[in-house]
Design a protein around this ligand. Structure first.
Ligand code: ATP
Length: 627
């Protein structure tokens, strides 16, 4: 699974601090050189426009005149009124072309005679690029579904996953008038009574919504995130068509086997509907902010609930330099090594302390303020890890750090990421292999990626099954590692995280002594006591398994084995003796009836079974003599 690259943030307009000069001037930010083709001609010198009573009209016309040069109708899905039939044709057209490509993939003639591994890899790559581009054309629902699938290396080939993780929002911004209409409809008042100033040009535009700068009447600097018009009806149509597709895949004799397409569909629906409920996003931001209370190295924007609805969310304005704009960070005199470490720690804090984590930590959603603290944006997609799961995750993590395949395997089984089968030794060996190869080169490139790719590779033919939360955590880890390495080439996520996790495991005891003899002794003593303390639980587990009939007991006794061998030998000898008798009798009757040639057949069979009879008798005698 690849880390989300820097470029994933580039679909946005640069934020005020993105010019890399550490300057808070909004106007300069807008005049930067946006790298999104839809924003080729941003407004020169645009500043937030005052919204007086008379201001609304002038604002509307200003925005009307100076709107960025998008063709609003350049995408079929962007035409306000969606035709279900048109969507049906577009979406099924994509699926059928995909199935055709899949069918061709296995046909030698389509490669000009022979199939080679290289040709197939090239074909997969080509197909992956086509999928990414078609998803972009299909619009917001498919951009989001593609981004969700970019975590599922356990379902799709790695080429597809890599390409999907480059999926950026490349959609036109909508007009100021549309944004204003949504704000006024949802908040029930004219915009000038809600905000003192409101910038008609969005600060950032994405597939689901766009962000405008504004100022409240009490003078607070805020950003207003407004949802794309018509998004709900587009989602409703698209998701009902996708349900039909999921049903078709599920009922297919081979694709439906071992895959829960309907389950995956339900999961996507849940995440997508949650993501476009901005009240939910506001609640998430509040929880996230509470979880980092007292940690001055992380900032989370405050929600202005009075100015928030299901399609509009107003947040405290918190400018920062995007964490992937390395040169800008350097120019602002910020310590890149420290930021890499802080990124990892902020994530572990979420996962291990509260279990409430940012499930979409792409570099565009994390920025750094001038005092060196982190700022998080976008709380639409959050994950929740239950306390029990958190403990198990921690145990997996410690198992990886100690290279203990047994511990990793047990915690993966407890996490539900690995199914328990009769003989777990091949799985344990695969995990040990991954751990050895991974841990032997701790500072080599992409260690998290390496381990997750290996895990997913093993997943194809082992009883691994990855719950969605697990894949989100893996993606977050690999994204953070990618960003960490960009900030500090020597950065290693596991190394950065180890003291933090160890401290949590020992309830806040410092781990500096770990290198000393005393530290080692206490670690070993802790291990022994952990095993001893764990004993009652293991006994209880074993008893549970016995009750459920999950434990099979194998008893071997030499005496019983020998008696059984003798019985089966004697039975076989008896059978052969009966057959010899029957064949000899048949041969004799045929000879007496003068069918001499025909008598040869039972005669030969009698001789053959006679030899088998003698061998069976000899085997019984030999078994008796064995110790
Ligand atoms: N509180 C804030 N202060 C300053 N800038 C902000 C704030 N919130 C968002 N932004 C800017 O707007 C951008 C987009 O915000 P956000 O990611 O929340 O939008 P989105 O529509 O959910 O995008 P995505 O498609 O990535 O989910 C951020 O990357 C950031 O540059």
């Amino acid at each position: 699974m690849s880390a989300v690259s820097d470029s994933s943030a580039s679909a946005k307009l640069p934020s005020p601090l993105d010019n890399g000069e550490g300057d808070f001037s909004y106007v300069e930010g807008m005049n930067g050189s946006p790298n999104d083709s839809h924003f080729e001609d941003p407004l020169d010198g645009t500043a937030p426009i005052p919204l007086g009573l008379a201001g609304t009209a002038s604002l509307a016309s200003a925005a009307g005149e100076k709107s960025p040069p998008f063709r609003q109708d350049s995408y079929r899905w962007n035409q306000g009124r969606y035709s279900r039939q048109r969507r049906f044709v577009d979406i099924w057209g994509f699926v059928l072309r995909l199935l055709w490509a899949r069918w061709l993939y296995g046909k030698a003639w389509s490669y000009g005679g022979t199939i080679t591994a290289e040709a197939q890899t090239a074909r997969r790559r080509e197909l992956a690029v086509w999928i990414r581009e078609t998803l972009l054309d299909l619009g917001p629902t498919f951009i989001k579904v593609g981004q969700l699938f970019s975590t599922r290396a356990d379902i799709f080939p790695i080429e597809f996953v890599e390409e999907l993780s480059k999926l950026q929002d490349r959609v036109p911004a909508f007009s100021y008038e549309q944004a204003r209409d949504i704000i006024e409809a949802d908040l029930g008042k004219p915009i000038h009574t809600l905000y003192r100033t409101f910038d008609p040009i969005p600060l950032a535009a994405a597939s689901l919504g766009q962000v405008h700068r504004a100022q409240t009447h009490s003078g607070d600097e805020v950003v207003v995130k407004v949802q794309r018009p018509g998004l709900r009806s587009l989602f409703t149509i698209d998701l009902s068509i996708l349900k039909g597709i999921a049903r078709y895949f599920q009922s297919h004799p081979s694709w439906g086997k071992g895959r829960d397409w309907l389950g995956i569909y339900e999961e996507c629906c849940r995440i997508l509907w949650e993501e476009i409920d901005y009240l939910n996003e506001g609640r998430n931001a509040d929880t996230f902010r509470r979880n980092f209370r007292g940690e001055d190295w992380v900032n989370v924007p405050r929600v202005f609930w009075r100015l928030t609805s299901s399609r509009v969310v107003t947040l405290e304005y918190m400018p920062g330099i995007k964490i992937s704009h390395y040169d800008a960070l350097e120019a602002a005199g910020l310590d890149r090594k420290r930021l890499a470490r802080l990124g990892a720690q902020a994530y572990l804090h979420q996962l291990l302390n509260n279990g409430f984590f940012h499930a979409d930590p792409h570099p565009g959603n994390v920025a750094v303020s001038l005092d060196g603290s982190l700022i998080f944006y976008d709380f639409g997609m959050m994950g929740q890890v239950q306390p029990m799961t958190r403990q198990r995750l921690m145990s997996t993590f410690m198992g990886v750090a100690r290279r203990d395949a047994g511990q990793v395997m047990d915690s993966l089984v407890e996490l539900g990421a690995l199914a328990q089968i009769d003989d777990m030794s091949p799985v344990r060996r695969s995990i040990q292999y991954i751990l050895d190869n991974f841990m032997d080169r701790p500072f080599e490139e992409q260690s998290i990626n390496a381990i997750s790719d290996d895990l997913y590779a093993v997943a194809y033919d082992q009883p691994f099954r990855f719950p969605a939360t697990f894949t989100f955590v893996m993606r977050a880890f690999s994204t953070l590692e990618g960003v960490g390495k960009g900030l500090d080439p020597e950065f290693n996520f596991m190394e950065a995280a180890r003291p933090f996790a160890a401290q949590l495991m020992s309830n806040g005891n410092p781990t500096d002594g770990a290198n000393s003899l005393l530290g080692e002794l206490s670690r070993q003593a802790a291990q022994v006591s952990t095993s001893a303390l764990g004993l009652p639980r293991r006994i209880e587990d074993t008893l549970d398994k016995l009750e459920r009939g999950d434990i099979r007991v194998r008893v071997r006794s030499i005496e019983t084995d020998r008696a059984l061998r003798r019985i089966s030998g004697v039975t076989m000898a008896n059978n052969y003796a009966i057959l010899v008798g029957a064949f000899t009798l048949s041969a004799t009757v045929l000879v007496l009836s003068e069918f001499v040639w025909l008598a040869l057949v039972p005669g030969v069979l009698a001789a053959g079974t006679g030899i088998a009879f003698l061998r069976a008798v000899l085997q019984v005698n030999r078994a008796d003599r064995l110790p």
